[in-house]
Structures are given as C-alpha cells and as structure tokens.
Write a protein that binds this ligand. Structure first.
Ligand code: F6R
Length: 253
C-alpha cells in the first residue's frame, strides 16, 4: 500500500496548475496515454488552462485518448447538463477528440452489455494511464457514493442527496437521481491517480480520505491503497490535516 503524495498550495489556481503539470509529464513519456477526466467546479480553471495550452501547442493532443468518470443516467453526449457536454464546452479540444472517436463517453444507458463493451474498449486501449478526480463533500469519487464496494467496476448508481443538491445549479428543475460511474476498482486500476480538492467545504471529506479509516463510509479513502496517487489541495481544503510551514507546496505525511 502506498501513501498518497499530498501537496498543499496557496491557491486553487496553483493546485490546478500542478494537475496540468502531471498531464504534461504523462504525455511527454506516453503521447498516446488514455486519460480519464473529472467534471465539476474544481476543474473549471484546469480545463480553461488546458484548452489554452493545447491551442498554443504547449500540450500535444494529437495522439492522446480520453474518457471520463461518470454520466447522468440516460444523458446523451450532447445533452445539456451532462458531463460530456460540460467537458467539451469547457475544453473544445476534447470535443475534437470526441468527433474523431478518441474520446470514449461513459455508456449512460446503464445497459450491462454497453458497459461491458466500454470496459473492453478501455482494456483494449491498454487501460487508463491517468485518472483525474474531484471529491464530493460526502467523500465520493466519481459517483461512488458512501457504501460503494471497493471491488466495483463501471456501474449504474443512485446519487446521494448531497450530490444531487450540489448539482442543483446545473439543472433548472430536479437534478437526476441516477448515474453511471467508473467504479472504485476502475479508478484504482489506473496507473496514476490525481485528486484535486479546493475550498473549505471539502476539508472534512479530505480529512476523512487521508486520516480516517479506509472504508466504504468514505470511498475516497481507498486511494490510500493506490501506489501512485497524488492529492493536490489548496490551504482551505487542507485545514483538517496537520499541515505546517508557510511556503507553498508543503509536504504532509
Ligand atoms: C464529477 C465527479 C464528482 C466530482 C465531485 C466534486 O465527474 O466525478 O466526483 O468530482 O462531486 O465536484 P465539484 O468539483 O463540483 O465540487
């Protein structure tokens, strides 16, 4: 079991930049890497900056392959409020990958055969090299809500009420009740995991992830079983940890 590498930054922007640096390093050594992206507010700066760097030729997307963590049940790739729409709007180069078949959307139907076919495509592509994660206030990663088995593969799931409330501003009426998500096992099988958490609302979940018991009560706690996990925090998200020092990028154990 490897302890995650934890880094704390003075600002959310600095944490996002560190997440991009990881992508640059991965693509430098594996230009055809398969990268799984997260959606959500945490990643807004990341995608804005990623778009700029791809468009400026600083990050080469000519061979990369992509997928993502989760989709609301029944949402088609172009549907408003959906995760693929969010990703391709926030980062148009991902839209280009989608158009030429190098971005694999999560099969939102939840149909077991479609899920198996998606998993087979990931496997055939050599598995996920790098997976980006955010964390829910309840400790979820992807949409693996508390109680999810660590052995879970891609699966259909019911969203927790906190998750639905946090998604309220994406939807004019009721947020969806179900989704299809990469499972904990899917996430842990990636060669490298990067989790970004910013803001004080995430501090209790971050503490549970890194200092609590490794258990289904906090799905993110299973990242402590991964050999190559990087946790990037701003100071507000790290307040529950025993951080010391004033310089940016404090190493915590
Ligand atoms: C989204 C996802 C979720 C979010 C998490 C944090 O694809 O998988 O686990 O990463 O809910 O969301 P934000 O960043 O909006 O706080």
């Amino acid at each position: 079991m490897g302890e995650p590498n934890i880094r704390v930054f003075d600002s959310p922007v600095a944490a996002s930049e560190a997440a991009l640096t990881t992508l640059e390093h991965t693509l430098a050594s594996r230009p055809r890497a398969l990268v799984s992206f997260a959606t959500g507010k945490t990643y807004a700066t990341f995608f804005a900056e990623l778009t700029e760097r791809v468009q400026a030729g600083r990050i080469a997307f000519d061979q990369v392959r992509a997928t993502h963590l989760d989709e609301y049940l029944g949402f088609t790739p172009g549907q408003r409020g959906g995760m693929v729409t969010e990703l391709t709007t926030a980062c148009p180069p991902l839209g280009e990958l989608l158009a030429d078949g190098r971005f694999l959307p999560v099969p939102s139907s939840g149909d077991p055969e479609e899920i198996s076919a998606y998993e087979a495509r990931i496997e055939k592509a050599g598995g996920i090299d790098l997976v980006y994660l955010g964390i829910g206030r309840n400790g979820h990663i992807g949409f693996n809500e508390p109680g999810t088995s660590p052995d879970s593969s891609v699966h259909r799931t019911r969203l927790a009420e906190t998750t639905r409330r946090d998604a309220q501003d994406r939807f004019p009426a009721e947020p969806p009740r179900e989704a299809v998500t990469a499972g904990l096992q899917t996430i842990l099988a990636a060669r490298q995991v990067v989790l970004v958490a910013t803001g004080e609302a995430k501090a209790p979940a971050v503490r549970a992830m890194l200092r609590g018991e490794i258990s289904p009560a906090c799905p993110a706690s299973y990242l402590r079983k991964h050999r190559n996990a990087l946790v990037l925090l701003d100071r507000a998200a790290a307040v529950g940890l025993d951080a010391t020092g004033s310089a940016e990028d404090v190493a915590i154990r």
